[in-house]
Design a protein around this ligand. Structure first.
Ligand code: NAD
Ligand code: IPM
Ligand code: MN
Length: 349
């Protein structure tokens, strides 16, 4: 049987609570022995920074690179925790991992599971994936501040879009679209205003589309995309978009499909030069942390994405089926984080 070396980064807030349940379900799904996961836990995040002043030391990054995959919980300080500069941990730990490990595909599936109540009156069948670019855009850290604190202050964040970066994520999205029944790809951008990057994205989609004649494609400006996500979400199959638009529309996508407690993601290095990383879309949720109130489903579904990415399709399917069964049986009665994890683990066949 295969052995997978897994780095586990539980992080802050509800991160450790939901990660524990993901590990529980992962162990159940692989108990039959087809694959063994060897876990190494890394203590990183806001608490670690407060104790040590370190976000992600080089030696730790190098150690993390040696694993086959990474399971990540969530990071982020509690509001009012003024000891930590805003976003420091997010940028120097989470984004640094995504950039250093070349996680150029940020895969975020959205599916309205049977039994889940959507805030939309008549959502129809919702089952789409967002392929969010993960290593460029305004996240690249280009920009700066001039004359800070003066009335003449100028602050810029420059969005980075390279032909290489756009083409590889667009091709990945077309591949995924080609493998899905509806074979449809939607580019979401804002090329009426962001003309330079917009032109590159649009031209790249037109070019790569020639390799995939079986896939139909269309285009939406991001503002219009948010309308359709609420008014007609079943029109979407595969969405490809840049880093920032993808961040925003995937929280909306989560909200229409049962909430952030269900939304999973994978930060994928499709060239497998470095380990891919799997994490819930949500953050550290300081408002409910430490109370066993968090829904671990998103973390558990992220572990399923990991199993599939590593080639354990049957195990991934068993986890997803167990989640679907648990969701369908939910009554609204309050369960602790661990109780949800126990129930899903028990439902894994
Ligand atoms: P958040 O996702 O942490 O929380 C938003 C809301 O959703 C809160 O009301 C929270 O209680 C609720 N929520 C989140 N996950 C839940 C779950 N599993 N079950 C039930 N309810 C859940 O977003 P935020 O409040 O904007 O950010 C909090 C901190 O997390 C910030 O420091 C932010 O930078 C960070 N953050 C980190 C990540 C990450 O690590 N990947 C992602 C987003 C935000
Ligand atoms: C997410 C988060 C991160 C992002 C933050 C915490 C850096 O919001 O994973 O969606 O913007 O990508
Ligand atoms: Mn986000």
């Amino acid at each position: 049987p295969a052995t997978i070396s897994l780095a586990v980064i539980p992080g802050d807030g509800i991160g450790p609570e939901v990660t524990a349940e993901a590990v529980k379900v992962l162990e159940k799904a692989t108990a039959a022995g087809s694959v063994t996961f060897e876990l190494t836990e890394y203590e990183l995040g806001a608490e670690h920074w407060l104790a040590t002043g370190e976000t992600l030391p080089d030696a730790t990054l190098e150690a993390i690179k040696q694993h086959d995959a990474i399971l990540f919980g969530a990071v982020g300080a509690a509001p009012g925790d003024t000891a930590i500069p805003s976003g420091l941990i997010e940028r120097e730990l989470l984004l640094k991992l995504r950039f250093s490990l070349d996680h150029y595909v940020n895969l975020r599936p959205s599916r309205l599971y049977p039994g889940v109540e959507s805030p939309l009156g008549n959502p129809g069948e919702v089952d789409f994936i967002v392929v969010r670019e993960g290593t460029e855009g305004p996240y690249a850290g280009n920009g700066g501040v001039l004359r800070e604190g003066t009335p003449q202050e100028i602050a810029t964040e420059v969005s980075l879009n390279t032909a290489h970066g756009v083409e590889r994520v667009v091709r990945d999205a077309f591949r995924r679209a080609s493998a899905r029944p509806r074979r449809k790809l939607t580019l979401v951008h804002k090329h009426n205003v962001l003309v330079n990057a917009g032109r590159l994205w649009k031209r790249t989609v037109e070019k790569v589309a020639e390799e995939f004649p079986e896939v139909t494609h269309d285009y939406l400006h991001v503002d219009a995309a948010t309308i359709f996500m609420v008014s007609d979400p079943s029109r979407f199959d595969v969405i490809v978009t840049d880093n920032l638009f993808g961040d925003i529309i995937t929280d909306l996508a989560a909200a229409i499909t049962g909430g952030i407690g269900l939304a999973a993601s994978g930060n994928l290095n499709m060239d497998r030069t470095y380990p891919s990383m799997f994490e819930p879309v949500h953050g550290s949720a300081p408002d409910i942390a430490g109370q066993q109130k968090a829904d671990p489903t998103a973390a558990i579904l992220s572990a399923a994405l990991m199993l599939r990415h590593l080639g354990f399709e049957a195990e991934a399917g068993r986890v997803e089926d167990a989640v679907a069964a648990d969701i369908a049986a939910r009554t609204g009665a309050r369960r602790s984080t661990a109780e949800v994890g126990d129930a899903i683990a028990a439902a894994v066949s």
